[in-house]
Design a protein around this ligand. Structure first.
Ligand SMILES: Nc1ccn([C@H]2C[C@H](O)[C@@H](COP(=O)(O)OP(=O)(O)OP(=O)(O)O)O2)c(=O)n1
Length: 131
């Protein structure tokens, strides 16, 4: 495994966590990667991500009309958000993967599937045929 993108390996949150830790250590940037700084950096990147969609109106899933360079840019901004989120979680001592899995379970309890009596209308204000 080379750890480089595109070599067929699946990327894990742990890999990204280690990459970010190494990146900060090599630059002596641990001093700047405080919880508050990382949170602000994360929010800034969410802003940059939002700018990509700003004023475009609704866009179809899969972004079929977008140029390749726009999709590359989108991937970069999504990555910045993910990387700061992973780093913030690490610095706060949160196991993000397990916390997210637990949250998915909690979501399923809070919003039961339609067979278990939950309607789309209750949550999104619109009905589907299944409702
Ligand atoms: N103190 C820092 C600064 C940067 N990064 C890393 C995490 C992000 O993935 C990326 C963010 O870099 P920039 O602040 O240069 O932001 P952009 O890449 O979005 O550049 P720009 O804002 O010019 O578009 O670099 C980091 O870990 N710690």
């Amino acid at each position: 495994m080379t750890g480089l993108p595109g070599n067929g390996d699946s990327v894990t949150l742990d890999m990204l966590k280690e990459k970010m830790a190494q990146f900060a250590k090599e630059r002596d940037w641990d001093q700047f990667h405080s919880p508050r700084n990382l949170l602000l950096a994360l929010v800034g990147e969410v802003g940059e991500l939002s700018e990509i969609f700003q004023w475009k109106g609704e866009v179809p899933k899969g972004l079929p009309d977008w140029k390749e360079e726009e999709k590359v840019h989108l991937g970069e901004e999504l990555s910045d958000v993910l990387l700061y989120l992973v780093r913030l979680s690490d610095i706060c001592g949160i196991d993000l993967g397990n916390a997210a899995l637990r949250k998915v379970q909690l979501n399923a309890i809070k919003y039961p599937a339609k067979d278990e009596g939950c309607s789309t209308k209750q949550i999104h204000g619109t009905s589907t045929e299944a409702d």
